[in-house]
Ligand binder design. Structure first.
Ligand code: ZN
Length: 254
């Protein structure tokens, strides 16, 4: 299960988010203290002289290198993004609640990319590559991330040998659209039809420039995709079914 809050949260210099390390999957990302830099942007600095200025107008850029907390792994992750001032209520020395502001940062980029869903080991490389590209763009451009996930869906259909073209009634070879390809697959995998169509619909939104997808929309898509990959490539249910068939054929355990 994907942790939505984890993927959409901001971090502060002293409070790391427990993003899991994509290299070892055991550790989580911590800031290499001396690598964190942030600067206020020029527009933000100019804003201070405005008579209506408020702390909410402040914006930063940041860059830093995270390392994996697992010492056996010690992977390094380059990251950059933007920041703002977040407010909280704290009591002062006299116990009077005060509004206090502190910088918090939202990542736009990680390299290497974070692993957002589990990809089963026997998923073909071209699908895995598309998914990794999608994860790389997740933080900076949810729509671009969705486009790569949609391409991964086309590749899944290729690997399942769903035809890409057909002959129309004018005897011309034409492309089969994604929706019809999913319909074809549904004959063998009826349980997956709804899931694949949902991926397709969110994928369509990704290519409409007027619609801006959020990280939460992309996470919904990833959740469905994770389930589809597990059903198609982990073969858990198929392995159990094969075992049952073997037992039935032998009329007991040999
Ligand atoms: Zn690690």
């Amino acid at each position: 299960m994907i942790d939505k809050e984890l993927l959409t949260s901001c971090f502060t210099k002293s409070q790391n988010i427990s993003w899991p390390c994509s290299t070892c999957s055991n550790g989580y990302l911590v800031i290499n203290e001396d690598t964190f830099f942030s600067k206020e942007t020029s527009v933000s600095l100019k804003g201070h002289s405005h008579y209506e200025w408020e702390p909410e107008w402040v914006s930063f850029v940041y860059s830093c290198i995270f390392r994996c907390s697992n010492n056996n792994c010690n992977e390094q992750f380059a990251s950059s993004g933007h920041g703002c001032l977040d407010w909280d209520i704290e009591e002062d020395d006299h116990g009077i609640p005060q509004q206090v502001y502190s910088p918090c940062f939202e990542p736009y980029y990680f390299y290497p990319s974070l692993k957002i869903i589990d990809i089963p080991k026997n998923v073909p490389d071209d699908i895995t590559n598309q998914l990794n590209k999608s994860f790389e763009l997740f933080f900076s451009s949810p729509s671009a991330a969705v486009n790569h996930a949609r391409s991964a869906l086309e590749l899944i259909l290729n690997h399942l040998k769903v035809p890409k073209t057909t002959i129309n009634n004018k005897k011309k070879r034409v492309k089969i659209n994604l929706h019809n390809r999913i319909d074809k697959l549904a004959k063998q995998h009826s349980e997956l039809k709804e899931l694949l169509l949902a991926i397709k619909w969110i994928g369509n939104e990704g290519s409409h420039p007027e619609k801006s997808l959020t990280k939460n929309d992309v996470i919904d898509l990833y959740e469905i995709l994770e389930h589809v990959l597990s059903e198609l490539f982990e073969n858990k249910s198929k392995t159990i079914l094969a075992k049952a068939k073997k037992i039935n054929k032998a009329k007991g355990i040999k």
